[in-house]
Design a protein around this ligand. Structure first.
Ligand code: HEC
Ligand code: HEC
Length: 720
């Protein structure tokens, strides 16, 4: 039995559960008639296809035979393999209801559906697009399930950094030897920062404990001896430390509240008072004041809120608004890598985060204030487009020399990423038609100087150093083709026009092209998949492990020719959804250079007698130029207006950029990123509202983000 079925079942199950009022449809009433209608004509009593008879099914999973058959049915309906394409097809609603009834029946009979795969962002598109945007109003508040969402590594480091600065601790907070976060996100092809994606493991706890110990010891040192003349200082802590073995319970008690205020900007809760109070008094009695103070600080610096956004309602049951403090953290961590700033903290304490409008005001303030860094917004675009992985695609010296790039620094794909970042940021600053502009701009930055953080170091996201014109210009002139002839023409703060007719938007920017390439060639399949999933909202089943996914090693043929192996019917079922969308980008070579012809190995010339040495080996590898074919095709889209052939990447991109459907798919991805989870059918109204906000504002990303961060899904949590 394949594992594929489990997550669909679970998606549907979670949908069924959050629509609390509705009884799950019974399998006998929904599933059985479905099978009668669409399956028994071939899987009936007489000569059943594949020897599978479905007519005796009753919907009672307690019968052991039935369970097995239903599982097979589930797999087929989920993968959309059955009914076969040429027979009558159920509607999406029928399919969904069928799966829902089946999932509910399985859960009721205790079948384990333990696969977590459905939670991952790649599965987001499996929730039916038309149903999501069908415009049915929300029946009730549709919150998000209670959860802990691990804060980002940079957010943890920022917290430690601020502590070091406030208390002037003698610890490194910059460069390679600073205290680093115990965790970080491993790059992957989709959003890695998902609430479900990470639980802190044992190794990370140990690391956290080590950091906490280092910081605590520095804090103890700071609070021993003379009172410092400037910087943060907790007087009660100093008193306890000084009292040493003679410390009294009263001195221990006095420490808790001011320490909480300094570390977390809040009072300890009753439970915390009880727990840490007892702990402090006992350790003070047995080990003395200094030791007790150190242990307390270590414990606090390993608290849950050091690691997670805590998004849990105060009471179990129906959806409730997050309390102000949790909400203020969720807002801050949604946009920045920092704990709430002063105004946000104040709003939370003054009860000014109670209404949607009040939350919106804070979100807008953060978005509009250019001085507030919003790395999480930029990160969304990096991860959505996936251009930031360009530097990890290795290009070897020999291939580089072929295009005339020499020397270790000649190829520096970091600049592409940095330039694309600046492009995104500049379009975000204009905040008009953001997606369309990103898809169709004809401008680029060139060798931008990457932003430094407050500490004056380059963030880990950039490995590059300041560009130098002499060393890096070849990348520019050869790949971008922009008109920079001499150093005097170059201004890293300016945008340049790509040559007329060469490029259109991020998908033709070398950053994206290189990220979506292999070491030696373009990766048309990958590019096509990206468009299918991220712009068209399609879903492509994973590559079956039984397929040897290799193109023939035929350097004398074009990539398009070599991809003919995927035209076999079995392969084409999947590949027709990817290949024709990726092939128009053959307009560029795998370094992202615009080209007019394609260069392939000239076998004849290479093996020509005149070119062979005494050993019969070619003296020189010869190449020839072939006419370029950039045609492609959009097919099978949810919006049929999009379908049809295209002659080049520009026609493809223009059509996509005009589409409202594409815009909706983009909004779905933004939802996933900012909510940290996949959408379910009950999120339909939130998605529609977010899309409307984007449209009505003329394509403002700020409006879209504000809509998402003030939606029920963001504000409400339930324990069910
Ligand atoms: C037009 C005839 C037809 C209809 C209608 C049809 N099937 Fe099939 N089914 C087949 C054929 C032919 C095979 C065997 C070849 C194959 O796998 O494509 C098959 C195979 C299967 C298998 C076995 C697949 C495997 O893993 O080997 C299952 C399970 C199945 N069908 C379920 C269904 C369900 C559920 C429906 C209704 C939603 C359905 N079929 C509708 C023709 C049909
Ligand atoms: C069930 C769907 C499916 C089927 C069937 C399928 N593929 Fe694929 N194939 C994929 C997916 C998904 C990818 C990965 C695309 C990506 O993200 O790069 C892929 C990638 C590939 C790649 C590129 C591998 C690489 O990373 O360089 C080749 C080559 C390939 N498939 C060939 C084939 C051939 C040949 C067949 C038929 C024998 C086939 N595939 C059948 C889904 C499928």
């Amino acid at each position: 039995m394949s594992m594929r079925f489990a997550w669909t079942a679970l998606i549907l199950l979670s949908v069924g559960l959050s629509a609390r009022a509705a009884e799950p449809p019974s399998l006998a009433k929904v599933g059985v008639p479905f099978v009668q209608k669409y399956c028994v004509s071939c899987h009936g009593e007489k000569k059943p296809k594949a020897d599978i008879s479905l007519h005796p099914l009753t919907g009672d999973l307690k019968k052991p035979k039935e369970l097995q058959v239903w599982q097979a049915v589930l797999a087929q309906i989920d993968s959309r393999d059955m009914p076969p394409k040429d027979s009558k097809q159920p509607t999406d609603t029928e399919r969904t209801q069928m799966l829902e009834s089946l999932a509910a029946a399985m859960k009721a009979s205790g079948v384990m559906l333990d696969d977590n795969k459905w939670l991952s962002p790649v599965k987001g598109n499996y929730v039916d697009h038309q149903l999501l945007f069908s415009g049915k109003p929300a029946k009730a508040i549709t919150g998000t399930k209670a959860r802990l969402w691990r804060i980002t590594g940079p957010a943890y480091e920022d917290y430690i950094d601020k502590l070091i600065n406030r208390f002037i601790l003698n610890l490194r907070n910059y460069g390679e030897f600073r205290l680093t976060a115990p965790w970080n996100f491993t790059p992957q092809k989709d959003f890695p920062d998902y609430a479900s994606a990470h639980r802190v493991g044992e190794a990370e706890i140990e690391y956290l404990l080590r950091n906490a110990t280092i910081v605590s010891q520095a804090m103890i040192k700071r609070h021993s001896g003379n009172v410092p003349s400037y910087g943060g200082y907790i007087k009660e802590l100093a008193t306890l430390i000084k009292a040493g073995k003679n410390a009294t319970p009263a001195q221990a008690d006095a420490v808790l509240a001011p320490t909480f205020r300094e570390l977390f900007g809040r009072e300890p809760s009753d439970r915390e008072k009880e727990r840490y109070g007892t702990f402090l008094r006992t350790t003070t009695a047995s080990l003395g004041g200094a030791e007790a103070a150190e242990q307390l600080l270590i414990a606090l610096l390993c608290q849950t809120e050091m690691i997670y956004r805590i998004e849990v309602p105060n009471q179990a049951g129906t959806p409730q608004k997050l309390d102000s403090r949790s909400l203020s953290r969720s807002v801050a961590f949604a946009l920045t890598d920092q704990v709430p700033d002063q105004p946000l903290q104040e709003a939370a304490t003054m009860g000014k985060l109670s209404t949607r409008e009040e939350v919106a005001a804070q979100v807008r303030r953060l978005l509009d204030d250019a001085k507030v860094e919003k790395p999480r917004v930029l990160r969304f675009f990096r991860e959505y487009f996936g251009y930031d992985s360009a530097p990890s695609v290795f290009k070897d010296e020999v291939t580089l020399q072929k295009i005339g790039v020499r020397g270790a620094r000649g190829w520096n794909a970091d600049f592409y990423v940095s330039d694309a970042d600046q492009l995104v940021l500049s379009l975000l600053a204009q905040d008009r038609d953001v997606l369309r502009e990103l898809l169709t701009t004809t401008k680029t930055f060139a060798m931008t100087i990457p932003p430094q953080d407050r500490r004056g170091t380059y963030s880990d996201e950039y490995r590059l150093k300041k560009p130098t014109f002499e060393q890096d210009e070849q990348t520019l002139i050869k790949i971008y083709g922009v008109a920079i002839k001499a150093r005097a023409d170059w201004d890293p703060k300016k945008t340049y026009d790509f040559p007329e007719g060469h490029r259109l938007g991020l998908l033709t920017h070398p950053a994206w092209l290189v990220a979506q390439s292999g070491n030696f060639d373009n990766h048309a399949i990958h590019r096509g998949r990206w468009i299918r999933e991220r712009l068209l909202g399609g879903r492509i089943p994973e590559l079956p492990i039984t397929v040897n996914a290799m193109l023939p090693d035929e350097p004398h043929h074009t990539l398009r020719d070599r991809m003919k192996v995927t035209r076999v019917e079995y392969c084409w079922n999947c590949h027709k959804q990817m290949d024709p969308l990726g092939l128009p980008f053959e307009q560029y070579d795998h370094f992202g250079r615009f080209r007019k012809e394609e260069m392939v190995l000239d076998r004849e010339a290479t093996n020509d007698k005149k070119n062979l040495n005494m050993k019969g080996e070619p003296r020189q590898i010869k190449f020839k130029l072939l006419a370029l074919d950039t045609t492609g095709d959009i097919s099978g889209s949810i919006d049929p207006k999009l379908d049809g052939s295209v002659k080049d990447p520009f026609e493809l991109i223009r059509r996509l950029a005009q589409s409202e459907h594409v815009e909706q798919v983009f909004v779905r991805h933004a939802f996933r990123y900012f909510l940290g989870r996949n959408e379910t059918l009950t999120d339909g109204p939130t998605l529609i509202a977010a899309h409307q906000a984007y449209r009505k504002s003329g394509g403002s990303m700020n409006a879209l983000i504000t809509a998402l961060l003030t939606s029920d899904a963001f504000l409400f949590r339930s324990t069910q």
